[in-house]
Unconditional design. Structure first.
Length: 183
């Protein structure tokens, strides 16, 4: 049985400068109404992982993809395999953030999953997460407690919690985890 894939949707704004200006004005008004200094707000990408609400700083994300297309397994020279997906005809190695919780997904389950494209000096990687993806500006309302973050480099480093209840991942940890996952 073959599954028909829905073609990706490209949304091109007519005047991005006007949209950006209006978004900043709305965000500034919301911050004032909440009594929050705009400098304290973090621009984040919200996503889910194992059903939990999570976030990472937008500065770590080169791009957010609402869904990966077909994910294929490619053998690598040192043995083993690597998952690869094409985003707008460009190949990206794919790693699954669900592996952090011990439940890696098969390539057929990663297809249609949203992803965060993280960029490094030597390339980019697509980090598969659960959706939906949302962009938001929120402040840290609770810093991570001493026991919340493990000393294990493979365990996520948590910065704290956001007003929405999302767990805020440390962006540097996510970048280093993704880089290590593709080597």
């Amino acid at each position: 049985m073959t599954t028909a894939l829905v073609p990706p949707v490209n949304i091109t704004p007519r005047n991005p400068e006007v949209l950006d200006r209006r978004a900043r004005a709305l965000a500034a008004g919301a911050a004032e109404a909440a009594g929050t200094d705009a400098a304290e707000l973090l621009a984040v990408v919200l996503f889910k992982l194992h059903g939990l609400h999570c976030a990472v700083d937008m500065s770590a994300v080169a791009r957010a993809v609402s869904r990966l297309d077909r994910v294929v397994s490619v053998p690598i020279a040192g043995g083993g395999e690597r998952f690869v997906a094409f985003v707008e005809e460009r190949p990206f190695p794919v790693v699954d953030l669900a592996e952090v919780g011990g439940r890696a997904r098969a390539p057929e389950h990663l297809a249609q999953a949203p992803a965060l494209i993280l960029s490094f000096e030597n390339g980019s990687v697509a980090v598969a997460v659960d959706g939906p993806l949302e962009l938001a500006e929120e402040s840290l309302v609770q810093l991570a407690q001493a026991g919340e973050t493990s000393a294990d480099p493979n365990s996520p480093r948590i910065r704290g919690r956001l007003p929405s209840g999302a767990t805020h991942f440390d962006a540097d940890w996510m970048l280093s985890w993704a880089a290590a996952a593709i080597t």
